[in-house]
Every structure is written in structure tokens, then in C-alpha cells.
Design a protein around this ligand. Structure first.
Ligand SMILES: Cc1cc2nc3c(=O)[nH]c(=O)nc-3n(C[C@H](O)[C@H](O)[C@H](O)COP(=O)(O)OP(=O)(O)OC[C@H]3O[C@@H](n4cnc5c(N)ncnc54)[C@H](O)[C@@H]3O)c2cc1C
Length: 298
């Protein structure tokens, strides 16, 4: 196996253009499992660990740019970067549920997107906040909305010569929540997961469903219903309590947006039920935060 170790993004993109079959490796927490279990035997590995352009985060033009090589530990603030967690509360909550400290130290947001698993824990939050994925090839770069990034089970919209460079997200203007159900509390693949973002600035609601469809998906009808219900009753302004019927209907619409399957981790029926519960729960938490005017708390 050939091991390429570019020292810049330009070198990495040139290598990907020359050998489109080269498999990028960032934290290696998915790639090494595949190699160890002989599920994959690439001729060429493209190590991204020495590409400085993929690391770190910054605020640019009012948007947050999170490099593809940013780890879960950086997202959560485990390594002391609490400011990032404050900008991305939903994603930080999701990152806290990932694997173990070892996995959170190595695993990256770009690797999660690269694997594009329906159970990837970043995805519901990225959908809920309307993130965009910056990808690049030697020919230039383009932005892909998160909702268009996942194209099938473990498939994404990357062309063979492209790499994920960064994730772009508008700064959090409202409360965000994430919740997941697994067979135990840690080191577990989600049986169902849900991300929610309230956007009071534009009176909109964002959602993301994980582990309950072939790809991570938004619950668009639930988003429109909740935003409309909040608008009609003047609740965005009054911040009064949510009518229970609104919470229940939101849960039902989220559940209806999924297309789950039966598998070793749970049945389709359980996933639908769990999603309704997760949706009601996260909405109740997010609304309580909104009432207390808590936004952007990591
Ligand atoms: C014990 C264990 C527990 C885990 N727990 C969780 C969990 O709770 N939740 C969860 O979501 N995941 C979990 N995972 C899966 C994994 O840790 C995550 O998917 C992680 O985000 C992968 O990141 P990485 O940097 O290690 O990716 P890598 O393994 O390096 O790469 C993953 C994929 O992305 C591609 N890739 C990486 N970077 C780029 C890039 N910049 N451009 C294009 N393609 C790229 C690779 O080619 C590969 O296909 C777990 C894994 C293990 C081994």
C-alpha cells in the first residue's frame, strides 16, 4: 500500500487528482476499522494529518468556518476550545455523545461526513443549522448544502477527485438541541438521533434525523408546521409556554419524516416511536432555553 503525506491542501488536491482512488485518512477511526477487518484494501492512502488548511476554525463574513480536520474533542471543548462549543451548541452536544475520549481525540467532522453513515452523529445538527460543506478539487472549490450532501447509504456528493475542506455554519442565533438513543450510554451507534435548531431571527425551525432513514434527513413538514404554529400564536415574541398539542404534532411529523428499517439495533417501529419522543423532548428543552433567553451555550 502506498502512503501519501501531503504538506498542504494544494499538494493533497494534486495527489487526489493524480490518484482519484486514493483513500483519504484523517483520524482513521473509520478507515482503520475497515482496513483491520479487510473490508477495504486501497492501493493508496492519502494522509491529511499534515494539511494545515484543514485544521482550526474561524469566523469569516459572519459565518463560522470549521476545518474538516477539527476533532470532536475540539468541538466539545475537551481540549479547552470552549468558544467553539458556544458557537455550535447543537454540534457540541452531538460531539459529546461520540465514542470514547480516544475516539473524540482522533475522530474529525470531515471524517464523519466522509463516511456519510446514516448514524453519523454530526449530521442531524449540521442539517438543523443549515450547514454548508466546502469541498475542493485541483480545479476549484464548491459549497454543498448539508441537505444535498448525503446521497445514499454511506454515500456522499463528493467527486472522486474532491476533498472536504471545511464546514460553514451561520452563528447560532437561537437554542439548539441534540439527543440520541442507543443500546447503552457510551460507545454506541445511535438507534435514532435528532437535532433541532430554533432560528428566532428568521422565525424558522431546523431539524435533522439520524439513524432512521437511508441517509440523514430533515423533517421539513415538521419544521414548517412548528414555525407556522409559533408565528400564528405570536410565541416567537411572547415566549409563552408551548401548547401541548403543538409539541405532540411536531413529534408525530418528525416521526413520519423517517423511513427506518428493522436491524440488529432496533425495529423500524421502535425508531419511529423513539423519534417522536426525541423530537418532543428536544423541543421542550429548546423552548425552555428560549424562554430563559439562553442561546449559544455550549
Ligand atoms: C470505537 C468507535 C466508536 C465510534 N463512535 C461513534 C459515535 O458515537 N458517533 C459517530 O458518529 N461515529 C462514531 N464512530 C465512527 C468515527 O469515529 C466517526 O465517523 C469519525 O467522525 C470519523 O472521523 P475520522 O477523522 O476518524 O475519519 P477517517 O476514518 O480518517 O475517515 C472516514 C472517511 O472519511 C473520509 N475522509 C476523511 N477526511 C476526509 C476529507 N477531508 N475529505 C474527504 N474524505 C475524507 C475517509 O476517506 C473515510 O472514507 C466510532 C468509531 C469507533 C472506532
Amino acid at each position: 500500500m502506498e502512503f501519501l503525506q501531503p504538506g498542504s491542501l494544494a499538494e493533497a488536491l494534486a495527489a487526489k487528482a493524480a490518484v482519484p482512488g486514493a483513500v483519504p485518512i484523517a483520524g482513521g477511526t473509520d478507515v482503520m476499522v475497515e482496513l483491520n477487518f479487510a473490508r477495504r484494501r486501497p492501493d493508496v492512502l492519502l494522509d491529511l494529518n499534515r494539511v494545515p488548511e484543514l485544521t482550526g476554525w474561524s469566523l469569516r463574513d459572519g459565518k463560522l468556518r470549521v476545518g474538516a480536520a477539527v476533532t470532536y474533542a475540539e468541538l466539545t471543548g475537551e481540549r479547552g476550545v470552549t468558544e467553539l462549543a458556544r458557537h455550535l451548541p447543537g454540534l457540541a452536544m452531538a460531539a459529546r455523545t461520540v465514542g470514547s475520549p480516544q475516539i473524540r481525540n482522533r475522530g474529525t467532522i470531515g471524517g464523519n461526513l466522509g463516511s456519510a453513515s446514516p448514524a453519523g452523529d454530526c449530521h442531524p445538527s449540521l442539517l438543523a443549522v443549515g450547514a454548508e460543506i466546502e469541498v475542493a478539487s485541483a480545479g476549484g472549490s464548491r459549497m454543498i448544502p448539508a441537505a444535498e450532501f448525503f446521497t445514499g447509504v454511506k454515500l456522499n456528493a463528493l467527486a472522486p477527485d474532491e476533498l472536504i475542506v471545511a464546514v460553514w455554519i451561520g452563528p447560532s442565533a437561537g437554542p439548539e438541541q441534540f439527543a440520541k438513543i442507543g443500546t447503552r450510554n457510551a460507545m454506541v451507534i445511535a438507534v435514532a438521533a435528532f437535532g433541532l435548531a430554533l432560528h428566532p431571527d428568521r422565525r424558522a425551525v431546523g431539524t435533522g434525523i439520524g439513524s432512521a432513514a437511508p441517509t440523514p434527513v430533515r423533517a421539513s413538514e415538521a419544521e414548517a408546521f412548528l414555525a407556522g404554529a409559533l408565528d400564528e400564536s405570536g410565541l416567537w415574541d411572547s415566549r409563552e409556554g408551548l401548547p401541548p398539542a403543538v409539541v405532540t404534532e411536531f413529534g408525530a411529523l418528525v416521526s413520519a419524516a423517517a423511513s427506518p428499517i428493522d436491524d440488529v439495533r432496533g425495529t423500524a417501529a421502535y425508531r419511529r416511536h423513539a423519534l417522536a419522543v426525541l423530537a418532543r423532548r428536544t423541543l421542550t428543552w429548546a423552548w425552555a432555553d428560549y424562554q430563559r433567553d439562553v442561546a449559544g451555550e455550549g
